[in-house]
Design a protein around this ligand. Sequence first.
Ligand SMILES: Cc1cc2nc3c(=O)[nH]c(=O)nc-3n(C[C@H](O)[C@H](O)[C@H](O)COP(=O)(O)OP(=O)(O)OC[C@H]3O[C@@H](n4cnc5c(N)ncnc54)[C@H](O)[C@@H]3O)c2cc1C
Length: 466
Amino acid sequence: MPEILPRSTVESGPGPEGSVPASEAARVPVPASGPHRVVIVGGGFGGLTTARGLGGAEGIDVTLIDRRNHHLFQPLLYQVATAVIAPGEIAEPIRAILRRDRNVSVLMGEVQGVDVEGRAVILRDGTRIPYDTLVLATGATHSYFGHPEWEKHAPGLKTLDDARRIRARVLLAFEAAEREDDPAARERLLTFAVIGGGPTGVEMAGAIAGLAHHALSQDFRRIDPTKARILLIEAAPRVLGTFSEDLSAYTRQALERLGVTVLTNHAVEDVSEAGVTVAGRLIPAATVVWGAGVRASPAGEWLGVETTRQGHVPVGPDLAVIGRPGIYALGDLAMAKAEDGTPLPGLAQVADQQGRYLGRSLRARILHGAAPAPFRFKSRGNLAIIGRNAGVVQWDHTKLKGFLAWFVWGVAHVYLLVGFQNRIVVTLRWLWAYLSFQRGARLIAERDEAVMALIRGKAPAAPPPP
Ligand SMILES: Cc1cc2nc3c(=O)[nH]c(=O)nc-3n(C[C@H](O)[C@H](O)[C@H](O)COP(=O)(O)OP(=O)(O)OC[C@H]3O[C@@H](n4cnc5c(N)ncnc54)[C@H](O)[C@@H]3O)c2cc1C
């Protein structure tokens, strides 16, 4: 049974980046008795469900740290980016979600390193948070395949700020086209390129098509939004590569019916303010959205462990980080394997199930010294939505497409949203959008000069704020 150590106060002081040398460990007081301190970094699907699993456990003190004050339901971010729903409808304050778990404290702060020997997490301002058990659930971020300079031209979709910025960019492109006299410049403004044919790219391309061809179709006088060109660019031979070939072929046809041009076997060669270059040809486009690659957060560097090429931290069957006793990793950060040895995908359902497992197993381990059974992932199926009345679902041998899949997708996503109020509001928004073909969240709240410069085809003076 692991040693039960007491709560100790947060320590302040300058802390170095990444792993901390052994000499630093001497500064961490190790109290003799008291509750076992579990520190969880990340309030996404994995971290939040772990904290909930430990909620109310007497003898365990939990501290959840996140750089944001909210938990975000990322699967619906593309709907914020395409003005279907408002940002607040898919986010919930972490503090509010955990308010009933009296043994769980929430700290807003950015973790910058871990003192593995001294057992403390180090925040950006140098504050040290001591732990007995550490759970890392810091997720993943975009990867531009060695071209970080593409990011300012082709934002990815990961946070509420990303979604707001993409929404402003899409809506402002139509506004700028309405004022544009030059036909070539107007065509560039009305060309939207989505890079990456996975679920995020498919959903994004389908939703932009719905916006242009339905919601905005009557609203302009000098341009015809239904003439907007929407491109989905994928390097592999088919879109939705993790689905079966027939569902992938259906998805392509459904996108084409919506007016999306699907370019498979087209690897992106360059992205600039002018547009996107594929197969040696520049396609002028004012709006380019990145949905192609992801990379795990840098937590592997904090621990000084060897990671996969995408930065994933290898974990054992109990989600313990290999070679780092007392430290666990899960969700998009971790490289966990299924029973057949294949790596588990970066999905909310994986992170959620791992969090539930870790909450239960840590509770049993800390309070009763029980060794946990290995984690087993139970797939709840792959789901993707393409557009109005069109979706795909694959679950073992069951395959659905069209309206039924679209409906299942909607019910599943409303059910999984955190917060009763969010579920009601999102359901009503969808009902309204379905009946009226309108989008309720089309306001551009602030004038983003950087976005305007990109729309006009000029590089911004400074990159948009992070
Ligand atoms: C656009 C999009 C659509 C998606 N659609 C689907 C879908 O339809 N179905 C599905 O199953 N999955 C989907 N996913 C994937 C799913 O969202 C992820 O697999 C899931 O969020 C992973 O959970 P996590 O807890 O590992 O990480 P996250 O949910 O990303 O949470 C990580 C948390 O860690 C915090 N954090 C990170 N670094 C630090 C730090 N240094 N200090 C403090 N806090 C930090 C972040 O603020 C964040 O709150 C989608 C993802 C995206 C981006």
